[in-house]
Write a protein that binds this ligand. Structure first.
Ligand code: NAP
Length: 337
């Protein structure tokens, strides 16, 4: 069976996912598109999905009988509404991160999904599908480096545009780290603090960059994450986990070492599109496979909620300068199955 997919939001990552469903993956077909800017949707259809219908509204798209699953890749502030529409229609939905821009909306999504009685939501935490992170997790889980004590992580972008605000370093960028560390360590956070080193002159005037988030888990593991989104040189994701017996590092993506003119060099990726291309392919293929035969199995609404609660605390910490508590509801049995 080929899964009919409707995509809401045809910007950067929307187009990238439309391309991969149409050209790189199997089992899915893009049948409908919607974007607040219909020209964006038409351009995406022309390029990657010429048979797709352009819908006037997201609600029209979700209601179409040929749309068997929905992908939400619009601006973050719209995610909750569209995910709730898909749940109400009983259709599996892949939602790019963040699941919602606040924890209260994530709770509404979980309640709607539980009321439906079946898992319908997969959140776009693509790093869980990255081979480097998967290998790192396997090493932590098999005890090679002993009990984990600390994590030192880093998220660097070359530069960001004028719409990117200081808070988005948390809600748009750190949110990946907030998910991946609780997954790697299999534990929840209890507190967060955000500190600001000396500001780079390369950031636009309205932005404080870089920032460092300091997280603590229930087991007392301390995680420091540098977020530096105007680093100039490339897209660079690092993670070093320190245990009682050793250290394990996230591998850099493979690149040919080049020796020339008494210099040894290696290419660094430009952005997320290339750095995590295999992980995006794997997460969307998983969504297609699982949605075709039942329910998605990737990162669930609970993961979206947990990251959102932690992000809310980090945003408060940006403002207060204090250590802020991270408090979650008890995990519903529905998400422990
Ligand atoms: P983008 O290039 O700005 O694309 C968003 C698209 O959604 C634009 O075409 C925008 O139209 C449209 N849109 C805005 N409001 C809408 C609405 N109410 N209904 C339908 N469409 C609407 O942004 P992006 O970089 O693709 O990011 C989209 C989402 O993916 C964000 O949540 C982002 O955090 C996430 N993302 C995830 C990753 C990852 O690594 N997993 C990477 C990149 C992005 P206009 O241009 O007219 O506003």
């Amino acid at each position: 069976m080929t899964l009919g997919i409707g995509v809401i939001g045809t910007g950067a990552i929307g187009q990238d996912h439309i391309r991969r469903v149409s050209r790189a993956l199997s089992g899915g077909r893009i049948v409908a598109l919607n974007d607040i800017n219909a020209d964006n949707a038409r351009r995406a259809a022309q390029e990657w999905a010429p048979d797709a219908v352009i819908c006037d509204t997201a609600r029209d798209l979700v209601a179409r009988p040929d749309v068997q699953a929905v992908m939400v890749t619009s601006w973050g502030g719209t995610h909750a509404e569209y995910v709730l529409d898909a749940i109400a229609a009983g259709k599996p939905v892949f939602c790019e991160k963040p699941l919602a821009t606040n924890a209260a909306d994530c709770l509404r999504i979980m309640e709607a999904e539980m009321a439906r009685g079946r898992r319908l939501v997969q959140v776009g935490f693509n790093r869980r599908y990255d081979s480097g992170y998967l290998d790192l997790k396997a090493i932590l889980d098999n005890g090679t480096i002993g009990d984990v004590l600390m994590v030192h992580a880093m998220h660097r972008n070359q530069r960001v545009g004028p719409n990117y605000k200081t808070e988005m370093a948390i809600t748009d960028t750190l949110v990946h780290e907030l998910d991946v560390h609780r997954w790697l360590l299999d534990g929840e956070y209890v507190s967060a603090q955000v500190i600001f080193p000396r500001r780079t002159s390369k950031a636009l005037p309205h932005m404080r960059d870089p920032q460092i988030a300091l997280l603590e888990t229930k087991r007392g593991i301390r995680i420091d994450v540098e977020i530096f989104v105007n680093c100039q040189y490339g897209y660079d994701i690092q993670c070093a986990v320190v245990g009682e017996l050793g250290q394990a590092n996230l591998p850099d993506p493979p690149a040919v070492p080049v020796k020339t003119g008494e210099t040894l060099s290696r290419h660094i990726m430009k952005d997320w599109k290339y750095r995590f291309i295999d992980a995006y392919d794997a997460e969307i293929q998983d969504f297609i496979d699982r949605a075709s035969t039942g329910s998605p199995a990737g990162p669930d609404s609970w993961a979206g909620y947990a990251a959102s609660v932690a992000a809310d605390a980090c945003v408060r910490a940006q403002e207060s300068g204090r250590i802020e508590p991270i408090e979650m509801i008890a995990k519903p049995a529905f998400y422990s199955r």
